[in-house]
Design a protein around this ligand. Sequence first.
Ligand code: MOS
Length: 745
Amino acid sequence: MKFDQPAGANPIDRGTVIGKPQVRVDGPLKVSGLAPYAYEYHDPAPNAAYGVMVTAGIGKGRIDTIDTVDAERAPGVLLVLTHKNAPKMYGKADFPKPGPTDKDPKGAHAAPQLQGAEIKQFGQAVAFVVAETFEQATAAAAMARVGYSNGKGRFSLAAGKASAQPDPKGKDAHVGDFATAFATAPIKVDTTYSTPNHAQSMMEPHATLAIWSGDQLTLYTAHQVIHWSTQGTADTLGIPREKVRSISAYVGGGFGSKLEIYGDSILSAAAARQLGRPVKCAITRPQTYNHTTHRPPTIQQLRLAAGRDGRLTAVGHLTWTGDQEGERGELASDQSRLMYAGANRLIETRFTPLDLPKGGSMRAPGEAAGLLALECAMDELAVELGMDPVELRIVNDVQYDPTVGPSRPFSDRKMVECLRQGAEAFGWSRRHPTPATLRDGRWLVGYGMSAGIRNNIVMPSGTRVTLRRDGTVLVETAMTDIGTGSYTINAQTAAEMLGLPLDKVTIRLGDSLLPKAAGSGGSWGANSSTAGTYAACMMLRAAIAERAGLSGDTLFADGHVSAGGKSVALRHVAAAGPLTAEDTMSYGDLTKQFAQASFAAHFCEIGVDRVTAEIRVRRMTSAYSAGRILNPITARSQCLGGMTMGIGAALMEELVVDERFGYFANHDLAEYQVPVHADIPALEVLFVESLDDKSSPMKARGIGEVGICGVGAAVANAVYNACGVRVRDFPVQLDKLLDHMPVMA
Ligand code: MOS
């Protein structure tokens, strides 16, 4: 089925199961420990050997010597792979450049390991030790002796900023005459923020169990997009893609980190083939921080100018970012194409090569870091204007893509509704605009707010649905559930479409043998995968109606299909034998014709200790617009997670770079600080619900990433309102406040 016209009324609109608060259908398996994660499979490979990576201890340079004699002789050791004996592997550069229409380019997800003495990043695998037990492999890995020549790496974005070049991956925009508009405006801010490297820090580390059967490889692995795992692994190993099956039935979070493949899958697969025996590997928690991807750092200059009425006349957002050569960096300026009105715009990204671990996607790549800066700069502009920051955002709302013009309207932009309803629920009117005015004992109390946007992406996604002989339905798709609720919303979709209660629907996900699906990334998963299930169900409805001898408009409700005054129980239709339908939803150009994005408004109350400058979030309210809310329970959980992660970005998260060796020094959850329960008060989530008929027949948009978009700026703006100190170098921490705290009686 192709979605290339706005959706009309359709069976999803009945809303008897979709849109209802439904607890997770996979919940009982998870809380009883019966949902297996990649590393926990035992039965498929009771004789699996254990692999442990040895990772590089320098950020750039070469391996001069590698001595694995002791490791090889250690008890239980079966194999030690290094660059000297590893099989040949292939990277992106080994494949022809993809054409513009190639959706699955060869090598795009390749991740070769142990292919030479060159060290490109700290944490790169330099050896892989396989033994009978995990303990033996770990002990032997510690016996590997590696001698390096330490090269001169580029590890500091600030140092590389001066020589940074325009980033072809950024969506730069030059509209109108920014320079003149900025120079002549009566009110303006020119302010620079920085955001550090961030780590996804998902609960389940990357892990893989690799099993060969002849030339067929099966991976039980932790991945967000199943076909990227199979393609990446096959391309790297130089085997046909159809020879790899990947299973990610349950995934313990990803936040972008599991969009890629790493040493766990590639080295387990290579070692298992060599040993003729299954091999499993979990990347250790400390290794995840330097071996896998992270969010790259930014420095962002915001130049905003407005008339005295607050209307923006010039929007300038210049981001400097850095990553390994040829990679992307953090495209923090991009959302400023869409966020606010303003006739003159200068949106730019500059890139400098860094020799830090390779960057990648982390929850709302681009927006999450970009809005930290843009939304604090808007707060600064509100101060300059003497205007309420909510009103400043409302007067600059725009119902079309402000970079293109009115020819590209938003499909459904409810930012003002989010701002007004969020402000009302939070009690924004009680805010005092003068910093350090509100007191609660030793706490200075501040209110801050921000707005958020996240571009809506759709992806082709397929599903197979089967009406089984007993009248129940089986839903199968290679979609993943990374803790987000994919199982539940896809089961709800099928139940709604076929007029069955949810307990008559069984669902299987996360196996590459199932129909190719959108996967979980870029907030496209919920809308796109359920749209695929919708397409398959439309086909199954037609098959059911035909067998039931019904024609014309059919209604599927209460376990029956009806048309033209006749009604047949699905049980009776099924009794003649199962019926199966499989389809993929694909898309026309509605995301080009219409700007599509989800929106948010955040309101935060902060306490800053007037003596110690300790910062505590006291409460927070966020309002979100993401079209139809498919399931308010799972959607709310996504938002709570985004708010929590946004508070972390504001106040805690920072990968600390050791610039001598180019590594992230705080590489575990003790030192890389993320919020814990005690840091997070009651959070309130509101949905401004609507139907987006341009997004898909589900009329829903992405919600996973808009959850975090803008959150941290509301926190930082609340800190400013509490104590009058504006910190422009994230995270906002007490040592950056202490010297500037107001003197108080
Ligand atoms: Mo996302 S950062 O595309 O998982």
